[in-house]
Design a protein around this ligand. Structure first.
Ligand code: G1P
Ligand code: ZN
Length: 545
């Protein structure tokens, strides 16, 4: 028998509901006594039949990763979880976790990550729960977890001594087996099943240079395994490839602002044919070509238009989905392919039911997230391999591929402006102002066009008929141009205001404008209407994508 300690605590414990991406707080908050433990206790209580079942536990390697895994294993032992699967060194990307949960028929997985937020003692930490289908826990479960954290007065833990997580092995503690496994193998095998590694490797060894930026986070070992060990490329095709606790001071968000060095290599120095980066936990991706940035909304459209290039999707796809703020570029492709296209709220969890019911095969978000039914998370390296496979098959450059796409389908000029870490009262003031104005905007002139529709997006899930309201304010013009305003649910400091702009141009018009120019009338008019730059005291947004 292993000894079980019951630790008494003062409730309520959590001050805030876990958001779309689980519980995300400063690293220091998670270091507070009992903080992580109570949340884990609440997670285990939310899962049915946890006794004797299998749970996957891993993280993106940020500060506190191993210590958190140790505590989670100890709590699992106290709850008599049958098997806890932990990757070597505690490193498991979010998509690899999703895959492992599905492969091992686990009840779920606990992912230790604050995704693309900075790490280290001064950064952020986070805990996400994924359920048996491999996808993020739906709201009904996260609400239940939050409720438990409000009433829990104790948690159970077995303070057993644990092995070093840098070695493989199987260990028994009472009713629980701890398995320390290879976190790369199953994921790489899945990629090898979907893509033709030989074709990609031959292409990359010819005259097409690749640089992958792992941003000192979890995808480094995966990228080395795939590109170096399996495809035989040289080691230096992976930069920032060793996961570091503080990501080497980088903000591991693959966009033009935070992956500025990579962007400079591709866009200014033009040193490589192809560049890509992934975020802290490996679910986001940014694709760059020589002198060419691929907007994530366009990436989703290109991926959808080229399924015949990729062995895993040669049989065809059932449908696609995009989050509401993502541009409509993919809708145009779906209509040409005669497949359904769903518009969901922001957050990967809304794709879960559609994927599980085979209503869609491919889905994506403007926030550098693309994926398919191979797992139930967005998948950064999958997107990178997908792009490489299309380019290898077509033997062309990124820029040619995207330009040909626009010539065929037209171009959805698109940009997202983020005002990060602004005072919450200012963000709310701006949001409330637009919200209260919505009905009066219809029929008025905006950016030289008439407003066709203005609403707060709500979603009816076609599978379980659940309704999700208040998913973002939309102003839609007669030519289908859109301005969308949302408040971020993932920031940890103040509030983050996101503005999204979209304008469609048909193939006969000018396809090569700078998006900021093409979208200027929309950008200017929303600022005139809401006084954003004045109220935020920011002349330009923190991040422009
Ligand atoms: C952001 C993105 C959203 C994504 C989420 C988790 O959420 O906008 O698309 O699903 O991160 O990666 P937000 O901060 O906007 O709520
Ligand atoms: Zn992420």
């Amino acid at each position: 028998m292993t000894e079980v300690n019951v630790i008494h605590i003062n409730s309520p414990f959590l001050d805030q509901k876990p958001g779309t991406s689980g519980l995300r707080k400063s690293t220091l908050k998670f270091q507070e006594q009992h903080y992580l433990e109570v949340f884990i206790e609440a997670i285990l209580l939310s899962l049915e039949n946890i006794q004797g079942s299998t749970l996957v536990v891993g993280g993106d390697g940020r500060y506190g990763n191993i210590e958190a895994i140790e505590k989670i294993v100890q709590i699992c032992v106290a709850h008599e979880v049958g098997k806890v699967i932990v990757p070597k060194d505690g490193l498991l990307s979010t998509p690899a976790t999703s895959n492992l949960i599905r492969k091992e028929n686990a009840v779920g997985g606990i992912i230790l990550s604050a995704s693309h937020n900075p790490g280290g003692i001064d950064g952020d930490f986070g805990v996400k729960l994924n359920i048996a289908n491999g996808g993020p826990a739906p709201e009904i479960i996260t609400n239940q977890i939050f409720k438990s954290t409000q009433s829990l007065t104790s948690y159970k833990i077995s303070k057993i001594k644990l092995p070093d997580f840098s070695q493989y092995g199987s260990f028994n503690y009472g009713e629980t087996t701890l398995e320390i496994i290879d976190g790369l193998k199953d994921y790489s095998a899945l990629m090898e099943k979907i893509f033709d590694f030989d074709q990609i490797s031959d292409f990359l060894k010819k005259d097409f240079s690749l640089i992958f930026d792992a941003m000192n986070a979890v995808t480094g070992p995966y990228a080395k395994n795939i590109f170096v060990e399996k495809m035989g490329l040289s080691n230096d095709c992976v930069m920032n490839g060793d996961p570091l606790k503080d990501f080497g001071g980088l903000h591991p968000d693959p966009n033009l602002t935070y992956a500025a060095h990579l962007a400079d290599l591709l866009l200014n120095k033009k040193s490589y044919s192809f560049g890509a980066a992934c975020d802290g936990d490996g679910d986001r991706n940014m694709i760059l070509g020589r002198g060419c940035f691929v907007n994530p909304s366009d990436s989703l459209a290109v991926i959808t238009a080229n399924t015949t290039c990729v062995p895993g999707y040669k049989e065809g796809i059932s449908g696609v989905a995009r989050s509401m703020p993502t541009s409509s570029a993919v809708d145009i492709v779906a209509s040409a392919l005669n497949i359904p296209c769903f518009e969901t709220p922001t957050g990967w969890k809304f794709f879960g039911n559609l994927l599980d019911s085979n209503l869609i095969t491919i889905c994506g978000e403007e926030s550098f997230g693309t994926g398919s039914n191979h797992v139930r998370e967005k998948d950064g390296l999958w997107a990178v391999l997908y792009w490489l496979q299309i380019l290898a098959e077509k033997n062309c450059s990124v820029s040619d591929l995207i330009k040909n796409h626009w010539r065929q389908f037209g171009r959805n000029y698109y940009s997202r402006h983020d005002y990060e870490a602004i005072p919450s009262n200012i963000a709310n003031q701006i949001f409330d102002k637009l919200s209260s104005m919505l009905p009066t905007l219809i029929g008025t002139n905006f950016a030289g066009n008439l407003v066709k529709d203005a609403d707060n997006f709500s979603y009816l899930d076609p599978v379980d008929n659940s309704i999700s309201e208040n998913q973002g304010l939309r102003v839609i013009l007669e030519d289908n141009s859109r301005v969308i305003l949302r408040l971020s649910g993932t920031g940890t400091k103040g509030a983050t205001l996101r503005l999204y702009f979209e304008k469609f141009i048909n193939p006969k018009q000018n396809l090569s404008l700078n998006p900021q120019i093409a979208l200027k009338p929309l950008i200017d008019d929303i600022d005139n209407l809401l006084n954003i730059s004045k109220l935020t005291k920011m002349e330009t947004p923190t991040v422009i994508t």
